[in-house]
Design a protein around this ligand. Structure first.
Ligand code: NDP
Length: 514
């Protein structure tokens, strides 16, 4: 028997499976479909976290209506006051950080230390955006005419549709919802079906923080049934989406029909260049962390190493040794280094690419599911895998695997390394290990990605800098930093003429003296 509970109730492993509801207009409501879907623990699929509402277009429409109704009141609330609600929410995230991190590890598998980092990113962006309530800078500039005032201000857009993946189930929704809300938009949030519990806990805290009813609405359910109606709705002004490229393309096509504002954060094939003068221990440590942290399921994960021929052997030897020492297991166990993949589909995808890789390079280590190991039988575990001697255009060096599979490519110098690094359809993150300051600066200039690291791996973005990528990683928008406000606001230019007479710009302004 299932029990319908408010989301504050923790789901107990092995106990009754609780049912969680949508949040619409400040009320926890079941879907009109009467259907639910399950979220399970990827480290042990016998552990069922809960039943969640399998919503459809009617639920999405109700959430959009609630957000539309709440919009005029929230828009009229002074931005510093909106910011105070974000401060309260950030404080609640701090208070509940451990509980959220544990729920995250249980639901999507990343190890607890990384889950804490994920919540911390949510806290950081909430505090940063709370401060925007008192900044939200525009320009005040001199007019070309006397006795005339000229300035620009940011205005909200209306209802924001937020569609997110499961791999950063607290951080990414916060990265999107905090700038949307502080700038006066209201929100309809459709989280990934692999992480609906995290989304529910998050939204519960948002309601507690004091976001007025209808300001933040949660609708769980599949992308097609619950997500696409949000994208297609004429009453949703802006969509912020993070996920894979195929979904992003379908959303972009639909959004274009209505000339809708759209921010896309899509895939990556991030590379680390290791030059012949690099510290091999430091480089190996950074590569292991970037390639196998979150089991390779970060959009910024390193999946290509581009190593100078002079260092490739010592580097590979260190990488293989490092991988051999990684312990797979349930992320709640402090001894675990690498958790499971998120679901059975991800496991099949990694296994499929390893088969492709066998024809494209030499397998150094790993290369198989790890579900035959004691204690891992009920989870989606895959052994961290390295291929060497991979050609730059090989499929495993070009296609996003989103798993613990690393391709090592050998090059003979900086020019070749930079060319190989840029030889991909993606452009999210990149890195160079070198002790040559001139090379470091050339890399900062030459690497065609939205994020570049020097002597660090490809992961570890901080929330006060712009986050996003070039080429097919996105469509030119950035999250985080003050750049995030550009997605959720419209510029308004304002002129005040206090001359008391008709002044005609470009016509009455005469050439200046001299
Ligand atoms: P998906 O694109 O499958 O899913 C992302 C979200 O979109 C989910 O909420 C999903 O719902 C929803 N969705 C799916 N189909 C549709 C549809 N037709 N219309 C509307 N919404 C839809 O992404 P993945 O789960 O594959 O996530 C991993 C991807 O995300 C990787 O490619 C990764 O690189 C990328 N990513 C990019 C980041 C960046 O900032 N660049 C950061 C993190 C991840 P449901 O779950 O119900 O299918």
């Amino acid at each position: 028997m299932t029990e319908t509970v408010a989301p504050a109730t923790a789901a107990q492993p092995g106990g009754t499976v609780p049912t969680f509801l949508n949040l619409i207009d400040g009320e926890w409501r079941p879907s009109v479909t009467g259907r639910t879907f399950r979220s399970t623990n990827p480290a042990d699929t016998r552990d069922v976290i809960g039943e969640f509402q399998a919503s459809d277009a009617a639920d999405a429409a109700a959430a959009i209506r609630a957000a539309e109704t709440a919009y005029p009141g929230w828009r009229a609330t002074p931005a510093p006051k909106r910011g105070e609600v974000l401060y309260r929410f950030a404080a609640l995230l701090v208070e509940h950080k451990e509980r959220l991190a544990q729920a995250m590890t249980r639901e999507m598998g990343k190890v607890l230390a990384e889950a804490r980092g994920d919540v911390q990113e949510g806290i950081d962006i909430a505090f940063l955006m709370a401060g925007e309530g008192r900044r939200m800078f525009g320009d005040t500039v001199p007019s070309e005419l006397p006795d005339k005032w000229a300035m620009s201000i940011r205005e909200p857009l209306g209802v924001a549709g937020i569609i997110t993946p499961w791999n950063f189930p607290i951080a990414i929704p916060c990265w999107k919802m905090m700038p949307a809300l502080v700038s006066g938009n209201t929100v309809v949030f459709k989280p990934a079906s692999d992480a609906p519990h995290c989304a529910t806990l998050l939204v519960k805290l948002m309601a507690e923080a004091g976001f007025p009813p209808g300001t933040v609405n949660l609708v769980t359910g599949s992308g097609e049934e619950a997500g696409m109606p949000i994208v297609a709705s004429p009453d949703v002004s802006v969509i912020s989406f993070t996920g894979n490229g195929a979904t992003g393309r379908a959303i972009a096509v639909e959004a274009a029909r209505r000339f809708k504002r759209l921010s896309l954060e899509l895939g990556g094939k991030n590379g680390i260049v290791v030059m012949d003068d690099a510290d091999p221990d430091l480089a190996a440590e950074g590569i292991l962390w970037s390639a196998f942290g979150t089991t390779g399921q970060r959009c910024t994960a390193c999946s290509r190493v581009i190593a100078h021929r002079a260092v490739v052997e010592p580097l590979l030897e260190r990488l293989a040794r490092g991988v051999a020492g990684l312990r797979l297991g349930n992320g709640l166990d402090p001894a675990t280094d690498v958790g499971p993949l998120v679901n059975a589909g991800a496991l099949d995808k990694a296994a499929g690419y390893v088969e492709v890789g066998r024809g494209e390079g030499e397998l150094v280590i790993g290369g198989a599911p790890a579900t035959d190991r004691p204690g891992l039988e009920h989870g989606h575990f895959f052994a961290p895998t390295i291929f060497r001697d991979v050609m730059p255009l090989a499929r495993i060096a070009q296609e996003e695997i989103f798993g613990p599979v690393l391709a090592v490519i050998t090059v003979d110098g900086y020019e070749e390394a930079a060319m190989v690094l840029n030889q991909t359809r993606y452009g999210l993150s990149s890195s160079i290990y070198t002790r040559d300051v001139n090379l470091a600066f050339r890399a900062m200039r030459d690497f065609g990605t939205g994020i570049v690291y020097v002597n660090a791996g490809t992961i570890g973005a901080e929330t006060h800098l712009p986050f996003g990528g070039t080429k097919q990683t996105g469509n030119g928008h950035r999250e985080a930093g003050h750049a995030a406000l550009d997605t959720f606001t419209e510029w308004k230019a304002i002129y005040v003429d206090y001359s008391g007479r008709l002044q005609r710009a470009q016509i009455d302004n005469q050439p200046g003296p001299g």
